[in-house]
Write a protein that binds this ligand. Structure first.
Ligand code: GRF
Length: 178
């Protein structure tokens, strides 16, 4: 059973739901994240850093809540904070992230803009296991997309997201079947 972490618009959460994967809980670091509205009847909760003493306290509470909902695999679907080992140790080798570049190239929150600025001809999406670093855990799957001459950050990100919406549910489905 899957717990999903979101911060933003939640199109990757939507792709997991559309694939009928067993999502049992959706948590966010932002109370007003638009992604939370996609959860429908699924349990949701927000864990804003400002409400806790520190990141370890927040991550511990978030991990406990997800675990209590039945989550055994956690998917970061546009979750924009680093996770501490207080969270990761609760779900050993079972936290995955989707990132809009061909990692290990262009980690971080501005990956799409940085790829355009660097003038790369090819981009892509990566699904990887999460560790305490920035987009640095072992890679599970990647797919490539071309960068076109007149791409903006918006048009390139939209092309990458199309790939993410197929790649992420496929890899998560495979992990569920382990
Ligand atoms: C995706 O591009 C994902 O790779 C990155 O954040 C974006 C989230 O988009 N980590 P959405 O919220 O799923 O629409």
């Amino acid at each position: 059973m899957i717990g999903v972490l979101v911060s933003g618009t939640g199109t990757n959460l939507q792709a997991l739901l559309d694939a009928r994967l067993p999502v049992v809980a959706v948590a966010s670091n932002k109370r007003n994240a638009p992604a939370l509205a996609r959860a429908g009847d699924i349990a949701t909760a927000s864990f804003e850093l400002a409400d806790y003493e520190d990141r370890v306290a927040r991550d511990t509470a978030m991990a406990e809540w997800l675990h209590a909902q039945g989550s055994r695999l956690v998917v970061l679907a546009g979750y924009m904070h680093l996770l501490t080992s207080a969270f990761l140790d609760r779900f050993p080798d079972a936290v995955v992230n989707v990132h809009p570049s061909l990692l290990p190239n262009f980690p971080g929150a501005r990956a799409v803009e940085e790829q355009l600025a660097a003038g790369v001809s090819e981009s892509g999406a990566t699904v990887h296991l999460v560790d305490t670093g920035v987009d640095s855990g072992p890679i599970l799957a990647q797919e490539r997309v071309p960068v076109l001459a007149h791409d903006t950050a918006e048009s390139l990100h939209a092309r990458i997201k199309e790939i993410e919406h197929a790649l992420l549910p496929r890899v998560v489905g495979e992990l569920c079947a382990r």
